[in-house]
Design a protein around this ligand. Structure first.
Ligand code: GDP
Ligand code: MG
Length: 212
């Protein structure tokens, strides 16, 4: 109980990963949380959850990271998680144009999101496969500007540009938008998340991820 009370004083931000299946959402999440990559592909089923404590602007911050399955049949679950999202990371695969073309559909599907209160990031993944590239960086930059997103191209495999995306661009935007050092914790965390944090802090749920 006292543990939970203590944690409630730390600012918490809920990050949701969206995008087509196979774009590398689970691998990006694992690279960020555990700094690991595993080539063995296993589709995420439903929704997966991990958390990570970081320092932003000298303030301890608790990030709750929700991984979604891209399959059509699980899309009905997504509004439950985007409802109170603070950060939405839209992922496409630079070697698969179709996944880029679907980004506006993912954004249009966010009917219950207050866009003014959410940080959006557009992320083109798999830049280690540059010879198979189907989406130019300029196209990504243009879409990000149109949709008011942070933009970065990364590789979950090699970790290229991860620092730039998370520790620079995203954390700077968190400071600008949410002022964690000033406001403390605005974000009440629900009971379900409390249980998950206690059980799963910095651990992934069993058997659902592509990456270890
Ligand atoms: P998700 O369905 O969006 O969660 O995609 P996954 O994270 O499961 O990744 C789908 C496939 O792409 C897997 O085979 C991964 O190994 C592969 N993958 C993910 N990120 C990268 C990357 O940065 N580079 C390369 N070459 N493959 C990647
Ligand atoms: Mg996945």
């Amino acid at each position: 109980m006292s543990e939970i009370t203590k944690r409630k004083e730390i600012p918490k931000y809920k990050i949701i990963f969206l995008g087509d299946q196979g774009t590398g959402k689970s691998c990006i999440l694992n690279r960020f949380v555990e700094d690991k990559f595993d080539d063995n592909y296993q589709a995420t089923i439903g929704l997966d959850f991990q958390s990570k404590n970081v320092k932003i602007d000298n303030q301890d911050v608790h990030l709750l990271l929700y991984d979604t399955a891209g399959q059509e049949k699980f899309r009905s679950l997504i509004p439950m998680y985007t409802r109170d999202a603070n950060i939405i990371i839209l992922v496409y695969d630079i070697t698969r144009k179709e996944s880029f073309n679907h980004i506006p559909d993912w954004i249009n599907g966010l009917t219950n999101v207050n866009f003014d209160n959410v940080i959006f990031a557009l992320v083109g993944n798999k830049i280690d496969l540059d010879d198979k590239r189907e989406v130019n960086k300029d196209e990504g930059i243009k879409l990000a500007q149109e949709k008011k997103c942070i933009f970065e191209e990364v590789s979950a495999k090699t970790a290229e540009n991860f620092s730039e995306l998370f520790y620079k661009q995203l954390f700077d935007e968190i400071v600008n938008k949410f002022k964690p050092g000033v406001n403390g914790n605005d974000n009440e965390i629900n009971d379900e998340d409390k249980i998950k944090i206690d059980d799963n802090t910095n651990k992934k749920q069993e058997g659902k991820k592509c990456c270890k």
